[in-house]
Design a protein around this ligand. Structure first.
Ligand code: PLP
Length: 348
């Protein structure tokens, strides 16, 4: 049972929906639950507040943390849905397993999400393109210096409003020196360390004038793997191509959804290794080529310029590109404008 303590006031009235920076304003409540002596204890939703944590807490030293990112939308009929929370739950379970952290029961996870979003749904206006970004996280809290698996954890869920922003096409560099993930590593887990480790190569690329890196595989540096913190996808002629899942690829919910929508739109879907030499060749043969990142935050992020081994190539980004149709269909499904054939929308 989740206990609930309502906040006496709401910060929503002070929030400027027309001009805000994403990720700074939490909603009024937070879900919290602690793991101690082998059990998740006292799940509760309470007014949002800062946490106190021991300076010895193991997450601060050894990076035993995982997180998720998903969204709640208001549909055109006014109802609020969470997009594919069960799929996010499954991925969270895999991340927890890889990081030796205790599993969370699906019922508790779904209950926590549903109750919290019911309480915070008034933060999603019905007249603006605003969704609620939901960030579940689990951190190791046992206060102890010493490298071992923590016996204590904190599970939290916070929410923050997000505009349905229309990302500008980006310039990217195919990275052949640094790596994000190696086979057998933690690339498929949404664990904190993966992101801190990506900052340095990304800053180097930014100094060279690119906004993001396209990661290549650690072994050969010949195959493209991900676009920054998004999955990478390619439309080549009538094919939709993306790297197959492996221990180095994050199993993106947007990736999976776009692949299904692509199939339904008649594209030939291929999940396989993609050598960057194949991309160069396709450009040289003047094939129709679109490249984009796919992820919950931006949905799709079009690539306008891809830098490969010293040469710039320019994928197709005009308004009639397939990737925009894929994105539009995904948004229509979430908004209740197109039929939800695969039961992706979880009504709260
Ligand atoms: C979260 C994430 C993605 C995208 O996953 P979604 O479920 O679509 O948001 C892709 N790659 C990395 C590295 C990620 O962390």
């Amino acid at each position: 049972m989740i206990t609930i303590q309502q906040s006496a006031t709401s910060h929503k009235a002070q929030f400027n929906y027309d001009n805000f920076v994403f990720g700074i304003q939490p909603t009024d409540h937070i879900f919290l639950c602690e793991y101690q002596s082998g059990e998740w204890l006292s799940p509760r939703i309470v007014p949002y507040h800062n946490l106190t944590i021991s300076p010895l807490a193991m997450c601060l030293h050894y990076g035993q943390t995982v997180f998720e990112g998903m969204k709640a939308f208001r549909q055109k009929n006014g109802r609020v849905i969470i997009f594919r929370p069960e799929k996010h739950y499954e991925r969270l379970s895999r991340s927890l397993e890889r990081m030796c952290m205790p599993q969370i029961e699906q019922n508790m996870f779904m209950d926590a999400l549903q109750t919290l979003i019911q309480m915070e749904q008034h933060w999603i206006p019905d007249d603006k393109d605003i969704s609620l970004y939901i960030r579940p996280f689990i951190i190791a809290t046992e206060p102890r210096i010493g490298i071992k698996v923590s016996q204590e954890y904190l599970f939290g869920i916070v929410c923050t409003p997000m505009g349905l922003y229309y990302p500008e096409p980006v310039s990217v560099k195919v990275e052949t020196q640094y790596v994000r993930a190696a086979e057998g590593g933690v690339g498929y887990a949404k664990c904190g360390g993966n992101y801190g480790a990506a900052f340095y190569p990304t800053l180097q690329a930014q100094k060279q004038g690119f906004e993001q890196v396209i990661w290549t595989d650690a072994q050969t540096h010949e195959c493209i793997e991900e676009a920054g913190t998004m999955n990478i996808m390619i439309v080549m002629e009538n094919k939709l191509i993306t790297p197959c899942l492996s221990s180095t690829i994050l199993d993106g919910v947007t990736r999976d959804s776009i692949l299904q929508i692509g199939r339904d739109m008649g594209l030939q879907v291929e999940e396989r290794k993609i050598k960057y030499s194949e991309i160069i060749q396709a450009f040289q043969e003047d094939k129709h080529l679109e490249i984009f990142g796919a992820g919950t935050a931006a949905v799709i992020s079009p690539v306008k310029c891809i830098h490969i081994e010293g040469t710039d190539y320019f994928p197709y980004i005009a308004k009639d590109a397939q990737m925009y149709a894929l994105k539009q269909q995904l948004e229509n499904i979430r908004k209740g404008i197109a039929p939800d054939l695969y039961h992706w929308n979880y009504a709260i």
